[in-house]
Design a protein around this ligand. Structure first.
Ligand code: PNS
Length: 158
């Protein structure tokens, strides 16, 4: 069985993430969306809400699970018997950080392959950071995030 983890902050999940996930779900038997809980960083969304929003947004993919983790991504991958780690690659600006992380993860755990997938061009400029900023300033984020996330963010920033 091929298992991939798709780690990230997902603060919040966007259509860009979902596009990457839809591609990955065709390549692997199981994908685990692994939300990082970073004790030294306060996320915009509480973890329980993030999990609910992501579960709601990805329910049409039958081979996708949602989970959270702390610590090293490679240790989480070992725990889950994952063969691959999925990352979305949007623009050249993502490249340096992603390359560094992929090589470091490979050095820490050589059995795990990082697979980069690119989202559709219309999602290339969508990021959780910009979505948060637009939502906080009262802008319309409905084209960038699932309806359930849009409603949730509209309520908390009101
Ligand atoms: O969505 P993000 O914030 O770009 O995801 C970054 C993430 C969670 C994949 C990365 O920060 C990570 O793997 N953190 C866990 C700690 C870890 O393994 N650090 C070493 C990475 S080489």
């Amino acid at each position: 069985m091929t298992i991939a983890i798709y780690p990230g902050s997902f603060d919040p999940i966007t259509y860009g993430h979902i596009d990457v996930l839809s591609r990955a779900s065709k390549l692997f038997d199981k994908i685990i969306i692994a939300i990082l809980i970073n004790p030294s960083k306060k996320p915009f969304l509480p973890i329980d809400d993030k999990i609910k929003l992501i579960e709601d947004s990805v329910q049409r993919f039958k081979n996708v699970e949602v989970d959270s983790f702390t610590g090293l991504t490679v240790e989480y991958a070992k725990l889950k018997n994952a063969n691959a780690l999925i990352r979305g690659l949007r623009a050249v600006s993502d490249f340096e950080y992603e390359m560094q992380m992929a090589q470091m993860n490979k050095s820490l755990y050589p059995e795990l392959e990082t697979i980069f997938l690119t989202p559709k061009p219309e999602f290339n400029f969508v990021s959780s950071t910009l979505v948060r900023e637009i939502a906080k300033l009262g802008g319309d984020i409905s084209q960038y995030v699932p309806e359930t996330v849009n409603k949730y963010l509209s309520n908390i920033v009101r």
